[in-house]
Design a protein around this ligand. Structure first.
Ligand SMILES: *[C@@H]1O[C@H](CO)[C@@H](O)[C@H](O)[C@H]1NC(C)=O
Ligand SMILES: *[C@@H]1O[C@H](CO)[C@@H](O)[C@H](O)[C@H]1NC(C)=O
Ligand SMILES: *[C@@H]1O[C@H](CO)[C@@H](O)[C@H](O)[C@H]1NC(C)=O
Length: 308
């Protein structure tokens, strides 16, 4: 079993993506974000700044050949995608609980615990200890033709990092409101307030993680492929593997699989990548791992409003 797990696990994070499909995926995501935005009134009055830094980076990406034609750390992207999806599902489930039965508070608490204390914490730890230090080293120690490019990267990474901190703060708020909601001594009004706060804050987590993911896919992942060879990516990937827990990774894998196969989050290209990159033995285990490890903890989120 142990050997099996290691084998399965070490292949999970190894990507064999090709650059075109990855970039296409990123483009689709960005296009979706742009379409969404254009429906809304533009309330931003400092429109100069943000596109400027982004277009500096885009120019660099457009004019620089890639050292690697593949991105080998796909598990990181899918792990993040699973959290975007979990935040939305939690938001929807909390609304159902609020309009319904107090008996559902315990399952909601279980889901909150899974999403924030397990799934998000796993990703955040890896990013803090391993991924972001490496990203900074790779993108900010590079020689660029223009100093502006480096500054634009520094500013973007800083922004993403700030947003990651905000996500963590929101997550601990949600966990506290959940504790409050299930406290025996609180009255009906306080409980409803706590649920309202959970609903608002899970929506904010969804918005933020979605926006972080769009920037990572569009700018940071392609930038890494410019400067980091396939060999070095694979080497780094092993370091990531050693830092993640082997047993936990089975649960992360179910979340990744579901995100990639949910039409609101994944697409055919991601699904093809998943089949290419996740070994058959792991994919064959997904059904049984889902039953034994995943559904008991987070299965309640699979209820859509229509069938509850
Ligand atoms: C753009 O990058 C510069 C550094 O080059 C930074 O000072 C500025 O705050 C960034 N703008 C935005 C909106 O992030
Ligand atoms: C990659 O990064 C190194 C430093 O980490 C730098 O010396 C090199 O010029 C960079 N290569 C490219 C293609 O940007
Ligand atoms: C999340 O984004 C949507 C759409 O832009 C917006 O309507 C909503 O207010 C945002 N939620 C929070 C909590 O910021």
């Amino acid at each position: 079993m142990k050997f099996h797990s290691i084998l399965v696990f070490s292949l999970i994070w190894v990507a064999r993506s090709n650059e075109n499909s990855l970039l296409q995926g990123a483009r689709n995501l960005m296009q979706a974000a742009v379409n969404k935005q254009s429906d809304e009134p533009n309330i931003c009055d400092s429109t100069e700044d943000i596109p400027q830094n982004e277009s500096i980076i885009q120019n660099y990406l457009d004019s620089t050949p890639s050292l690697a034609d593949k991105f080998f750390i796909q598990g990181w992207r899918w792990h993040h995608l699973s959290i975007v999806r979990d935040a939305k599902r939690l938001n929807q489930y909390a609304s159902i609980v609020k309009s319904g039965d107090e008996e559902d508070l315990e399952p909601l608490k279980k889901a909150v615990d899974f999403v924030f204390n397990f799934n998000l914490r796993g990703l955040a730890d890896i990013e803090d200890k391993v991924f972001f230090p490496w990203l900074r080293e790779k993108l900010l120690n590079s020689e660029y033709e223009s100093e502006e490019t480096k500054k634009a990267f520094a500013s973007m990474i800083e922004d993403v990092d700030q947003d990651r901190k905000r996500v963590k703060d929101l997550a601990s708020k949600i966990v506290s409101y959940m504790d409050l909601a299930t406290e025996n001594s609180v009255d009906q009004n306080m409980r409803r307030d706590a649920l309202d706060n959970i609903i608002t804050n899970t929506d904010a987590v969804y918005n933020l993680t979605n926006s972080i993911k769009a920037r990572e896919d569009k700018f940071l992942v392609p930038a890494l492929m410019k400067n980091v060879s396939s060999r070095e990516q694979k080497f780094f990937n092993h370091k990531v593997l050693r830092s993640l827990g082997i047993l936990q990774s089975r649960k992360y894998l179910i979340g990744m699989y579901d995100a990639v196969h949910d039409p609101d989050y994944g697409n055919e290209e991601e699904q093809t990548l998943f089949v290419e990159q996740i070994p058959l033995v792991a994919r064959m285990m997904i059904g049984s791992w889902r039953k034994s490890l995943y559904e008991p903890e987070v299965g309640m989120l699979d209820l859509s409003p229509s069938n509850s």
